[in-house]
Design a protein around this ligand. Sequence first.
Ligand code: AMP
Ligand code: ZN
Length: 134
Amino acid sequence: MSCIFCEIIKGNIPSNKVYEDEDVCAFLDIMPISYGHTLVIPKEHYANIEDIPEKILSKLILGVKKVGKAVKDGLGAPGYNVCENNDPVAGQIVPHIHFHVVPRKHNDGLHSWPQGKYGDGDAEEIAGKIKNQI
Ligand code: AMP
Ligand code: ZN
């Protein structure tokens, strides 16, 4: 099965690369949320955060850290969002794990998700369900 990000790594699909090392590659998102929106990916194909071995995930997150600093210093962004859409229901379209680094500006009009409240006893129940799996 062909993967668009594997093709980018092989150089078969053009991209604007900003960083590359032995395990990690970073390039501009083709449809940026903001200028400088960068995707940081492992060179080996893994679908999501559960699949990727811890050693490579560690290198990947260090790549995110490098890109984040470069976005701040290079573009003068006062901050940025780091996001990984994990699985299609969470908005993952490309099944090759990638972290989005999205440069932010003050009053840029990008709003975060709406937040809610737990009903009585729900937080304890939900926390228990998660805790039991770790
Ligand atoms: P996600 O929804 O988290 O899977 O994000 C996939 C991202 O890949 C989207 O933001 C797309 O704009 C981006 N994308 C898709 N094709 C390309 C490409 N050829 N070069 C750069 N970014 C791409
Ligand atoms: Zn791939």
